[in-house]
Design a protein around this ligand. Structure first.
Ligand SMILES: [Fe+2]
Ligand SMILES: [Fe+2]
Length: 228
C-alpha cells in the first residue's frame, strides 16, 4: 500500500488490517483453538463467537463496498504476536487441566485487542461522517464485547481447574513423600530432636528468671534484714 496522508486512507488501511484479522480468526485461529479446548462451556462460547466472526468479515467487506473499494487485507503484527504468545505458553504446559486456562486467556486477549481496534476505527469513521460504516463496525464491536463478557464467566471453571491442579500437586507431593519415606522419617526425628532441645532450653531459662529469681531476691533481702 502507498504511503498514508489522508484520514480516509488511514481508515481504509485499518479496515484492511482488521479484515485480515477477522479472516484469520474465522478460517484458522478459532477452528484450531476449538480442537484444543476441552471445557464444554468454553468450547460452546468459542463456537458461537466463530459464527459471529464470519459476520464480522462480511461487515468489513461491506464497509469496503461503501467506500467504493475492493476488499483488501494487510497483515496484522498484533494478531501474529497474540498467536505466538498463546503457542509459547501452550507448548510449556504439561497438565491437561491447565490448558483451557491458557486457551481462555488467549481468547480474552484477542477480544481486548479487537475491542480497542474497533473503538479506534469507529472514532475515525465517525469523524469522516461515514455513518453506515460506523453502524457496521459498532455491530462487530458489540459482539466482541459480548464475547469478552462470556469469557469472564469462565472464571469459575478456571478456578475449578486451578483447584484440581492443586489437588494433583498435593497428591504428587504425598506420593513423593511415600517414595522417600526413609528421608521423611529422618527429617521427623531431626525435627523432634530440635523440639526437645528447645523445650529443655526454655525450662532452663525459666529456672533462672521470673518467680524463682523473685524468691532469691526475697531471700537476699530477708538475710540482709537479719544482718542489720
Ligand atoms: Fe471479530
Ligand atoms: Fe472476536
Amino acid at each position: 500500500m502507498a504511503k498514508i496522508s489522508q484520514p480516509r486512507e488511514l481508515l481504509q488501511f485499518k479496515l484492511s488490517t482488521m479484515l485480515h484479522v477477522e479472516r484469520e480468526l474465522a478460517e484458522k485461529v478459532l477452528p484450531e483453538l476449538l480442537e484444543q479446548i476441552g471445557n464444554p462451556q468454553l468450547k460452546q462460547g468459542v463456537e458461537s463467537h466463530l459464527a459471529q466472526t464470519r459476520g464480522h468479515v462480511a461487515n468489513l467487506e461491506q464497509a469496503f463496498a461503501i467506500l467504493g473499494e475492493d476488499p483488501d487485507t494487510e497483515k496484522s503484527a498484533a494478531l501474529e504476536g497474540l498467536t505466538k504468545d498463546h503457542d509459547q505458553v501452550a507448548k510449556k504446559i504439561d497438565a491437561p487441566q491447565l490448558e483451557d486456562i491458557i486457551h481462555a486467556g488467549a481468547a480474552a486477549k484477542t477480544e481486548h485487542f479487537e475491542i480497542a481496534a474497533y473503538e479506534g476505527m469507529i472514532n475515525l469513521a465517525s469523524s469522516l461522517g461515514e455513518t453506515e460504516i460506523v453502524h457496521l463496525l459498532e455491530e462487530n464491536l458489540d459482539q466482541e464485547r459480548g464475547a469478552r463478557a462470556g469469557q469472564a464467566g469462565q472464571k469459575v471453571d478456571q478456578h475449578a481447574a486451578a483447584r484440581t491442579g492443586l489437588t494433583h500437586l498435593a497428591e504428587a507431593g504425598a506420593a513423593c513423600a511415600r517414595l522417600h519415606a526413609s528421608s521423611t522419617s529422618c527429617l521427623r526425628s531431626a525435627t523432634g530432636r530440635r523440639r526437645r532441645r528447645r523445650r529443655a532450653q526454655r525450662s532452663a531459662g525459666a529456672r533462672g528468671s521470673g518467680p524463682s529469681r523473685g524468691r532469691a531476691s526475697r531471700r537476699l533481702r530477708h538475710s540482709a534484714g537479719r544482718g542489720a
